[in-house]
Structure formats: C-alpha cells, structure tokens
Design a protein around this ligand. Structure first.
Ligand code: PGA
Length: 251
C-alpha cells in the first residue's frame, strides 16, 4: 500500500513567532489524523530549527522547500542538503514551480539537487506541472511527462522509495482555481505510467503522488477519492492549522 501524505508548503510566509504558533497548533491537532496519513510541514529555512523543536513528540515531519546544488563552500545564500538533514528535516521539496519560474530552476539542476538530497538521507518531494499556456495548447501531458522523465529517469528503483511526486498545475497555484478531480486524476495516472515504464509496475504502484494547487478543506475529499491521488501539497491552506488538519482528514 502506498503512503498517503499531506504536506504543507509555508512558502515565504511566517516570521519566527508566527512559525512557532503555527507549528504548535499543527502538532497539537495532528493527533486527530489517522496514523496512515503522513503529515509534513515545510517552513522557510530560517524557521526550520525552531519549528522542528515545536514538532518534537508529534508525528509531523519537517521539510525544507529547496536545497543547494552543491555540497558546501563559497555559495553565498545557499543551504545544503546536509545542513537541512542536520537541522532535523526528513524531506525537501524540489522543483516547485515558483522556483522553476522565478529562480531559473532547470531539470538539469534538479537532477543534481535530487542526488544530493538523497545522498544526505533526505526524502524528496519533486514538483512537476504545466502552466496555463501549456494546458491551453493541450501540451499538459507532454510537459508533465517530460519533467518527470528528465529528473527521475536518472535514478534507480531503489531511489524511488525516497521520492514523492507532487503534480501542481501552475495555473491552479495560489489562484483559487483547482483542477477538477478528473483533470488531476488523468495527470496522476499519466505520471504513474511514466514511472511504470522505467521502473516497473510495482514501483509505480508504491509511488506516492500528491496534488497541489488550491487544495482546501472544501475540495480535498473529492481529489483524494481519485485512485491515483495520494494526498496533497498544500500552500495557502497550510497556513491555518485547522484547514491543514481538515485536509488531512479528507481521505
Ligand atoms: P496553493 O499552493 O495551495 O496556495 O495553491 C500549492 C503549492 O504551491 O504548493
């Protein structure tokens, strides 16, 4: 049985006091969520340490939102996978569309980052997704297939055990527009086929594939009911502990 996961991407939100408060609330409320659902939060780098302490004793796991494409050295402003691991993270998000769009993250860089993250002992939440132009041009399957292959086909079936894929249609992120359950499901099924083509049906069947893009308490149930949607990567709604937990209760 593949793992269900609800992960909160706090993005560039929460000052230290706000992060503490949100972490305490999520940790407390997480007891309501069945153990079969993995819970992850990804605060900004600067708040990882403190949030990690606030999550102690709960089963909420800590994630970074990105990691460097080098191990250490003269790379001002960057944070390495080893640093992320040492601060208590189990995960890092990689390839979020905001990183691809605003910070020049390429598939080539993501191969390097994924390798370094796995070598550091982190799990990777790899994001893929098409933008509005690509969807309107009917290229969404090609884009998502291309992004998935370009990164993951460089890794092994063993590596796949530590990788989660998040499908995030860019046009649905932070816009209030959600992909319909059918639109999301057909892409998730496509991603699973791409994994099966290279790594076999058993690996594909075990792969957790999350949906992201204006996922909220009111639509999570319908999305999570789809056979190939194994949870969510949540942005805006993860900033309210009640909404985040409500989403995690939507399986
Ligand atoms: P959103 O963000 O839920 O605010 O649309 C999702 C994400 O980018 O992870």
């Amino acid at each position: 049985m593949r793992k269900k996961i609800v992960a909160g991407n706090w993005k560039m939100n929460t000052t230290l006091p706000e992060a503490k408060e949100l972490a305490i609330a999520v940790a407390e409320k997480s007891a309501q969520v069945p153990a079969s659902v993995g819970l992850i939060v990804a605060p900004p780098f600067v708040n990882l340490n403190c949030v990690g302490h606030k999550l102690e004793g709960s089963r909420v796991e800590l994630s970074a939102q990105n990691c460097a494409d080098h191990t250490s050295g003269a790379y001002t402003g960057e944070v390495s996978a080893d640093m992320i691991k040492a601060v208590g993270c189990k995960w890092t998000i990689l390839g979020h569309s905001e990183r691809r769009q605003y910070y020049g993250e390429t598939d080539e860089k993501l191969v390097v980052k994924t390798r370094l993250a796995l070598e550091a002992g982190l799990g990777v939440i790899l994001c893929v997704g098409e933008n509005l132009d690509e969807r309107e041009a009917g290229k969404h399957f090609d884009v998502v297939t291309g992004q998935t292959k370009a990164v993951l086909y460089n890794f092994t079936a063993e590596d796949m055990k530590n990788i989660v894929i998040a499908y995030e249609p860019v046009w649905a992120i932070g816009t209030g527009k959600t992909a319909t359950a059918e639109q999301a499901e057909e892409i998730h099924a496509c991603i699973r086929r791409v994994i099966a083509d290279k790594f076999g049906a058993a690996v594909a069947d075990d792969m957790t594939i999350l949906y992201g893009g204006s996922c909220k308490p009111s639509n999570a149930k319908e999305l999570f009911a789809q056979p190939d949607i194994d949870g969510g990567l949540i942005g805006g709604a993860a900033l309210k502990a009640d909404d985040f937990i409500q989403i995690a209760l939507s399986f």
